[in-house]
Write a protein that binds this ligand. Structure first.
Ligand code: AMP
Length: 187
């Protein structure tokens, strides 16, 4: 292992340890991976963004799309660090302009995501960011919104991956590059 890779995995372990797991929230049976305990640390956002940027080296994108609401935190930080545009993909009825919508199933319920029709120019290369991927319903709805406006998804980036819930492999099967800063087994 190179020194860089070794440092990266130490930092990733630190990040993982700072994420709190809350059983039965928001519904019985869900183990909620709470990033607020990571965010409140002085280096929480910084280390997460640094690792994300390491993993994204070589991937070209000109806009970052953050998913409402925790995807805004890391998405905006990456957009700042890389001097790229930021576009919010929001829950229903939050965006003021003309929108397109996609319905999706969550690990705990259903919801709808919306995107302004003028958020994306044809052939924009979009980095999609959220805090966590579980079943992939949310991310796939966001990918569909981006594609409907003729954008390309350069990659999807998550702080937490739950590979056993299938979302990461679903995205990969759709031809989308996926990076996650840390993964948890199970749910
Ligand atoms: P999914 O569509 O199943 O991939 O769920 C991902 C979305 O739901 C993300 O926006 C997460 O913030 C949220 N989410 C789903 N499951 C969890 C979980 N176990 N812990 C924290 N957030 C979750």
């Amino acid at each position: 292992m190179t020194n860089l890779k070794m440092n990266e995995s130490i930092i990733q372990k630190k990040i993982k340890e700072k994420i709190r797991s809350i059983p039965d929230y928001p519904k019985p049976g869900i183990l909620f991976r709470d990033i607020t305990t990571l965010l409140k640390q002085p280096e929480g956002v910084y280390d997460s963004v640094e690792i994300a940027l390491e993993k994204l080296a070589g991937i070209r994108f000109n806009k970052v799309a953050g998913i409402d609401s925790r995807g805004f935190i890391f998405g905006a930080a990456i957009s700042y660090a890389q001097k790229k545009g930021f576009i919010p993909i929001r829950k229903k009825n939050k965006l003021p302009g003309q929108v397109i919508s996609e319905e999706y199933n969550l690990e705990y319920g259903t919801d709808e995501l919306e995107l302004h029709v003028d958020a994306i120019d044809e052939n924009d290369q979009i980095l999609l960011v959220d805090d966590l991927i579980a079943t992939g319903g949310t991310a796939i709805a966001a990918v569909n919104l981006i594609k409907r406006l003729k954008g390309n998804v350069a990659a999807c980036c998550f702080v937490v991956g739950l590979p056993d819930l299938g979302g990461i492999s679903k995205l990969k099967k759709n031809g989308v590059d996926v990076i996650s800063i840390c993964n948890f087994d199970g749910h």
